[in-house]
Design a protein around this ligand. Sequence first.
Ligand SMILES: [Zn+2]
Length: 232
Amino acid sequence: MKRYFDYFRSIIFPDLCLFCGDRLDEFLAVICQNCLLSLNYTTIAEIYQNKIIDRFQHIGNLNAAYALFYYRPDNPLHDLIAQIKYQGKKDLALTLGQSLGKKFKSIAPNFKADLILPIPIHPKRRAERGYNQSYEIALGLSEIIEIPTEDLLLRLRHTPSQTKLNKMERLANVKGVFGISKSDLPKLKNKHLIIVDDIITSGATLLECIALLNECGAKEISIISLCIAFEL
Ligand SMILES: [Zn+2]
């Protein structure tokens, strides 16, 4: 009976690892355990004191910060992120969000916050891609750490690629790019908010988001990112 079930399942659902093509054991998984283990994990073992906290410490109300992976060109993760962003692999974003949640929960089991806010992409890009990858990551995280997520942050304009800009130019590039609908303000005021990103690069985007949330009266801010592009 199980064989028939497996047979039909394999027709209906793809059950090969998205990265290496090996058969997947876990129902509805998208990446195999071997590939998941081969990714470049950060060694962050403390969410209140680490190099991400150091980098953003000038934000007075920063509570915790965490990233699961280093983002390096020579790692399978680079391909996985590309699949999420450009090949419509929405489920993969959710799966990686769950992995992020499991690791985060293992090092900070008593962590509490009010709301998870994913970094938004521009509506035009969202329409092209069909989803916001950071929202999918946030959903996976939310499921595991049991803190709700809402797509409340708005991206008011499309920003040109940041890759060729220096730090000051990056900050100027994202100035005023985010907004919040007035009716959502009560959800943020005096709350501990978690910002979720796919990759922290220069931090310019995060800083702009944090500035907005603080204008909205946030009590505390935490940062949880799937990847981080700089060395810790
Ligand atoms: Zn694999």
